[in-house]
Design a protein around this ligand. Structure first.
Ligand code: SAM
Ligand code: SF4
Length: 327
């Protein structure tokens, strides 16, 4: 069991499989010139599988495959299949922009992917192009439909809510969730964008979102699945549809955090907002045995920070942005 110095059990690994992405979402912007990590620096499938196995042996129960855009990593299905077969892993999911999900979802399900979270920040096709830099709104809708048809359960749809960009669509998103039978997650905009355009007044808080959505239809709070759950969950009062709000900025949930992250180039991050990273790849490539890797990971977890500092006056955003960290 991995436990940090504050007594939190670490059971959830976010595994980034690439820093590359075919979108340039305004709140993320991964394609700033010259920023891709050299391919040789990315962990290979063998390394990713070995690391995943070691993490699971230490008590990780859930792995979320992320990036960058995980589906642009060539042959990612084979990696998912390898990870899905690790004994002891209870939950294997992926966060994706769904650009090529419709083509891949059946294979992903067959090899063992259990769930997907799909990013969709607007229901307006032109705005979609403006937010993501890709004219592909319909492809993402097709990806959502394909995930539902493939029986991945639940299909979650994530929107980062930014003031004056998509905060006028909260009710449309709620309707969409109810009509489609997807779980909608509203994410507060976090200071993790590559070009540092984040500002506090761009953040639409949980309170504001709840006020607007519940004026459309009453909401009943749902109990968390686990104490470390990131989203505050609600059901519509008529029982039809679920939403959740991830309020990392206005209501931090660090006290119950169970997460740890591995970047695509093999650095462990103990928090989204960590200033420090721990070089697991160097140890892996130096020929370390499993027990040495286990000791390293235990030691890193012991250094997990108590909380993030977004709301402190001297907050410094991390050097790496979301697409490199692995959201
Ligand atoms: N490319 C995939 C996608 O977009 O779903 C996976 C990687 S993306 C970095 C993971 C998640 O981080 C997405 O849900 C995205 O909306 C979220 N994200 C990225 N930048 C963010 C920011 N500045 N604030 C809040 N969420 C952010
Ligand atoms: Fe790409 Fe995901 Fe970042 Fe959008 S949020 S740019 S899809 S990594």
């Amino acid at each position: 069991m991995l436990r940090d110095s504050f007594g939190r059990h670490i059971t959830d690994l976010r595994l980034s499989v690439t820093d590359r992405c075919n979108f340039q979402c305004v709140y993320c912007k991964p394609q700033l010139e010259g920023r891709w990590v050299d391919r040789r620096e990315l962990l290979t499938f063998e390394e990713l599988e070995r690391v995943a196995r070691i993490f699971v042996s230490l008590g990780i129960e859930k792995i979320r495959i992320t990036g960058g855009e995980p589906l642009v990593r060539q042959n990612v299905e084979s990696l998912i299949g390898r990870i899905a077969r690790i004994p002891g892993l209870r939950d294997l999911c992926m966060t994706t922009n769904a650009y090529i999900l419709a083509d891949k979802v059946e294979e992903l399900r067959k090899v063992g992917l259990q769930r997907v979270s799909i990013s969709l920040d607007t229901l307006n096709s032109e705005k979609f192009t403006a937010i993501t830099g890709q004219d592909s709104f319909q492809k993402v809708l097709q990806g959502i439909d394909a995930a539902l048809a493939a029986g991945l359960k639940p299909v979650k749809v994530n929107a980062v809510i930014m003031r004056d960009i998509n905060d006028d669509e909260l009710i449309d998103f709620a309707r969409f969730a109810r009509d489609k039978g997807v779980v909608f997650r509203f994410i507060e905009f976090m200071p993790l964008d590559a070009d540092h355009q984040w500002s506090r007044n761009r953040v639409v808080t949980l309170e504001e979102m709840l006020r607007i959505i519940s004026a459309f239809k009453g909401l009943v709070p749902l109990p968390p699945h686990t104490l470390s759950e990131t989203a505050r969950r609600f059901q519509f009062e008529d029982g039809d549809g679920e939403i959740g709000i991830i309020a990392s900025v206005s209501r931090p949930f660090c006290g119950q955090c169970s997460r740890i992250r591995l970047t695509a180039d093999g650095k462990i991050r103990t928090c989204l907002f960590s200033i420090v990273e721990y070089d697991l790849r160097a140890l892996l490539r130096s020929g370390a045995g499993d027990s040495e890797l286990c000791d390293f990971i235990r030691d890193v977890v012991d250094h997990k920070e108590e909380r993030h500092h977004i709301n402190d006056p001297d907050f410094q955003p991390p050097r790496r942005d979301m697409s490199l960290i692995g959201g």
